[in-house]
Design a protein around this ligand. Structure first.
Ligand code: UDP
Length: 197
């Protein structure tokens, strides 16, 4: 919902910076429209709602071909293929391990009815995409090389959640650092790739 943010890190009261017409628009605006409808139903009909704003999440059971960065890089590294950095690789993301995210979601669902959110859920540890690639090469002992590919249109430059609200409202914060969460994720893809051969 924050698009290519001008506020860093992103707090829940930031309205975002979204191109409504670009190739990411149906994804970004779809989420924004869902939040709008949730609040309208809440106001008009008293429907109980909870809105989580989920930042980049990764872990075992991601689809090897869904095109997201963690799965792409791990699969490329394990196969010894080139690692495709889009743009200069200096754009940032903050990656949350899936079990942390699920704990946050369960915590939010267990709050009192007056807690509607939105609440950011994500790991504030921020990395450039190049750092992610280097970390994955190191942890897989890969011989893969970094190559550059065109940056997709409207690719957000930086993204990091401010999770103050989640900490105070849910008593939640992530516990698994990127290097730690990559280990089981890499193992998962190792097995997946073996089965694909
Ligand atoms: N990315 C990349 N190489 C890839 C896939 C993604 O450099 O093979 C970059 C992409 O341009 C973006 C970041 O990694 O800057 C995260 O992309 P992803 O699609 O995983 O998530 P999102 O852009 O929705 O945060």
């Amino acid at each position: 919902v924050y698009g290519d943010p001008e506020i860093h890190p992103q707090t829940e009261d930031y309205w975002g910076n979204v191109n409504p017409l670009g190739p990411r628009a149906c994804y970004d605006e779809g989420k924004r429209c869902a939040e709008t409808l949730f609040f309208d139903y809440h106001r008009q009909h008293g429907v109980k709602i909870k809105i989580a704003r989920i930042f980049n999440t990764y872990g075992p059971r991601m689809h090897p071909n869904d095109g997201r960065v963690v799965s792409n890089f791990i699969v490329q590294a394990l196969r010894g293929e080139d690692i495709t950095l889009y743009g200069d690789g200096e754009q940032t993301r903050s990656f949350c391990f899936v079990s942390d995210l699920v704990d946050g979601l369960i915590g939010l669902m267990n709050t009192e009815d007056d807690v509607t959110g939105p609440i950011n859920l994500g790991n504030p540890g921020e990395f450039t995409i190049r750092q992610l690639a280097e970390q994955i090469i190191e942890q897989t002992n890969s011989t893969s090389k970094l190559v550059h590919r065109p940056l997709p249109q409207d690719d957000p430059r930086q993204r990091q959640p401010d999770i103050t609200r989640a900490k105070t409202t849910l008593g939640w914060e992530p516990t698994i650092a990127l290097a730690e969460g990559l280990r089981p994720t890499i193992e998962y893809f190792r097995n997946e790739i073996r089965e694909m051969i």
